[in-house]
Design a protein around this ligand. Structure first.
Ligand SMILES: [Zn+2]
Length: 298
């Protein structure tokens, strides 16, 4: 039982699609928004598809499609309920859009949320914030995002020249992002620095995937882990071949360098980490081997 001054006592339930973790100073839930299939052409855009197929077959994955998870964290502290990213919402493709029903199953109502932190402004992270009638799904929550992310998408001269995606796709994406920003303008709070947002949550600007993409250090007493957001979109290819990248990266080469830096750093420190698109429920470690890096699911 958690005593929350704003929302009253919240009784957390065990449910499929929800994993409860107890920390010294808060409870944490991993909640799935479900899985979405992506075409393999979204990955390793400059690499021959047979090489991509081979590396996946070496790990016993025979499907030509990538199945992306959407792992959402909810932190329940004494005075706040903070959610990191918001899933695919009503625009979800089959298999996703399960966040709200899983929150209910866990014992949390959308009204209970006080804060939502967006790692970056891609639709698989923000579409869950708006209903199909254009209402806020979490009406009491402030929405936090890095200033650099906001500025990039708002800019009519946004630089898409460093992405491997088509210009038409990126321009249509930008229109979608701008419309979303207009819908949440009354709730949006932009952060600028690496100062903590809350005493347990500190953003780390990690540009490349998008210009204002952030990871988050989450701390409770002597425990901590790092939410890596979208540094990785699968658990095999981008660990073995971080330089192969994805078409989702706005600055492809910078995303590669950021990914390589994170791999080296967290393999060395053996840091417990979490990924939005890594195997459910998202926690694990990075290991370095002679032939490259591997993801180790916790
Ligand atoms: Zn994503």
């Amino acid at each position: 039982m958690i005593n929350n001054p704003d929302t009253g006592a919240i009784k957390l339930n065990q449910a499929p699609g929800v994993v409860n973790y107890h920390f010294e100073t808060f409870n944490l839930l991993a909640i799935t928004d479900g899985n979405v299939e992506y075409d393999s052409s979204c990955f390793a855009p400059d690499i021959h598809q047979t090489k991509l197929k081979q590396i996946r077959e070496n790990h016993h994955i025979l499907s030509p499609h990538f199945m992306l998870t959407h792992n959402i964290l909810v932190i329940i502290s004494a005075d706040r309920i903070v959610m990191i990213d918001a899933g695919n919402g009503h625009k979800a493709r089959p298999g996703a859009g399960k966040l709200v029903s899983n929150l209910h199953a866990a014992g949390i109502k959308p009204d209970d949320l006080t804060d939502i932190v967006l790692s970056h402004a891609h639709p698989d992270h923000f579409n869950g914030l708006m209903s199909d009638s254009g209402q806020l799904v979490f009406p009491n929550a402030k929405i936090h995002m890095h200033q650099k992310e906001f500025d990039f998408w708002q800019d009519d001269d946004a630089d898409f020249s460093k992405s491997k995606n088509s210009r038409a796709s990126l321009q249509s994406l930008q229109q979608e992002v701008k419309f979303f920003f207009s819908q949440i303008s009354g709730k949006l709070q932009l952060f600028h620095t690496d100062e903590p947002l809350f005493d347990f949550l500190q953003p780390i600007l990690t540009p490349g995937h998008t210009p204002g993409h952030c990871m988050f250090t989450i701390t409770s007493g002597n425990e901590k882990f790092v939410h890596m957001a979208d540094i990785f979109h699968d658990e095999i290819v981008l660990f073995a071949k971080p330089e192969w990248g994805t078409i989702f990266d706005i600055d492809f080469d910078l995303a590669v360098r950021t990914r390589q830096r994170i791999l080296e750093k967290f393999a060395l420190s053996k840091q417990r980490v979490f990924g939005y698109h890594l195997p459910w429920p998202g926690f694990g470690y990075i290991e370095k081997h002679n032939e490259g890096f591997t993801w180790v699911t916790e």
